[in-house]
Ligand binder design. Structure first.
Ligand code: TRP
Ligand code: SF4
Length: 417
């Protein structure tokens, strides 16, 4: 039977985006394949090594979230990465055979660095109250700006800056600061401010937190996670593809150098949830726009009432357009089909108000979340019993991992103890 393995970093409680993007998929996989799911707590340390006081609690929350959604320790092996020390041993041995350049050129690594720099720049400009008027912007961009009003304008600015910054970042090996300066000045930002921002980037602390060996070697540890169980398939989102590719390369290199013991795992691409957060941006803890699986029904209702709707629909008597409404995107997923159709028609004819529409959504969302909440209550009441499932899973995983390590040591002709 196909062996499936996947992991999640314990970064906090799960939201609907995690459910639709990951958990829902795992629920199906655990029925069909030999699955292992683990909490990648060492991976969480790669960028969060300074403040570790939340780590244990985050792991516990992740266990509770998984179990209450129906991830089942009787069907899949559930474990905690740091409980299987063999991952670290294999990662160490892999680090001997992994060229540094494979890691430095890894797109995920570059993306992460990019995001940090980009965020810094945005915050800096916001702090300087930079007025977003662009002289002289490129043609197509100018056109877009002239049509845009108020909020849209800053949206376009954001997109544009992102694009420009991306290009600056990727134009050479590292960031091309000279090019970055040019772009920012072209965007109409005062030269003095640009100089200061770029100087801070060049000399400052941005990104320094992840200038560590552990962070760079993140994919090596991930390769060890996967290969130690000889997994055939790894369900991951698109952002993880480079890591899986690297895992395959490490497997190939090991097999060539020593002995063919590792299969090359396939990525099993899971489509990312396109459900936006309540403000329309990507659902994310850092945007403060997420609906959590552990939210109470009151919280859910409150968040739904805060959701953005069709911006053109100002009065109750204005007809709306569900296509551009966030509430409606949620309806599509959580509301029975015939009701969705009814809302679609009524919204367009102004026969339903947004508050009423939201109340319907809140109810359906709560209908979806209620069984998960019930299960959570039961788990929280008997937590040690459920934690034990993860400890047993960890034992099971360790037995397999140590078996593989015997083969690895033998293939590498290491000392036998
Ligand atoms: N890097 C993954 C993520 O951030 C988590 C992870 C660690 C993982 N090790 C893994 C996923 C092994 C799949 C297989 O989402
Ligand atoms: Fe959106 Fe519903 Fe209001 Fe239409 S009625 S704009 S779908 S919230």
């Amino acid at each position: 039977m196909k062996k499936v393995l996947s992991g999640m970093r314990p970064t906090g409680k799960l939201h609907l985006g995690h459910y639709l993007g990951v958990i829902k998929n795992w629920l199906q996989l655990q029925e069909k394949y030999e699955c292992k799911f683990f909490i990648a707590d060492w991976h969480a340390l790669t960028n969060k090594y300074k403040n570790t006081e939340d780590l244990k609690e985050n792991i516990r929350q992740m266990m509770i979230d998984w179990l209450s959604c129906g991830i089942d320790p009787e069907k899949a092996t559930l474990f905690i990465q740091s409980g299987v020390k063999e991952h670290a041993e294999l990662a160490l041995l892999f680090s001997m055979i992994t060229p540094k350049s494979w890691l430095e050129l890894n797109p995920s690594y570059k993306d992460l660095k990019f995001n940090l720099y980009y965020q810094y720049l945005k915050d800096f400009l916001a702090g300087k109250q930079v007025k977003i008027l662009l002289t002289p912007p490129p043609e197509s961009f100018e056109e877009a700006v002239s049509k845009a009003t108020g909020k849209q304008k800053s949206k376009i600015f954001e997109e544009y800056l992102r694009e420009a910054f991306h290009r600056a970042f990727y134009s050479q090996k590292g960031i091309d600061f000279k090019y970055l300066k040019e772009v920012l000045i072209k965007l109409g930002i005062q030269k003095k401010i640009v100089e200061e921002a770029v100087k801070n980037l060049e000399e400052g602390d941005v990104g320094k937190d992840i200038d560590t060996l552990g962070f760079l070697a993140y994919p090596v540890l991930q390769a060890a996670d996967i290969l130690i169980y000889k997994a055939d398939a790894v369900p991951v989102g698109e952002d993880q593809l480079p890591h899986i590719e690297l895992t395959r390369e490490i497997a190939r290199r090991f097999n060539n150098l020593y002995d063919s013991i590792f299969p090359e795992p396939e990525a099993m691409l899971t489509e990312e949830s396109r459900l936006p957060g309540i403000d329309g941006r990507k659902m994310s803890k850092s945007y403060n726009n997420a609906i959590y699986l552990s939210d109470s029904s009151e919280t859910v209702e409150k968040k739904v009432l805060e959701m953005k709707t069709d911006p053109q629909r100002v009065r109750r008597t204005d007809p709306g357009n569900p296509e551009v409404c966030i509430v409606f995107q949620y309806h599509r997923i959580f509301t029975p089909e015939d009701t969705v159709k009814e809302i679609d028609t009524k919204c367009r004819k102004a026969e339903i108000g947004c508050v009423e529409c939201k109340k319907i959504l809140a109810e359906n969302l709560n209908n979806f979340l209620n069984p998960i909440r019930e299960k959570r209550k039961e788990i929280e009441k008997n937590l040690p019993e459920y934690e034990k499932k993860f400890m047993e899973g960890t034992e099971k995983a360790r037995a397999i991992a140590s078996e593989t390590m015997l083969q690895v040591r033998k293939a590498m002709k290491l000392w036998e103890f």
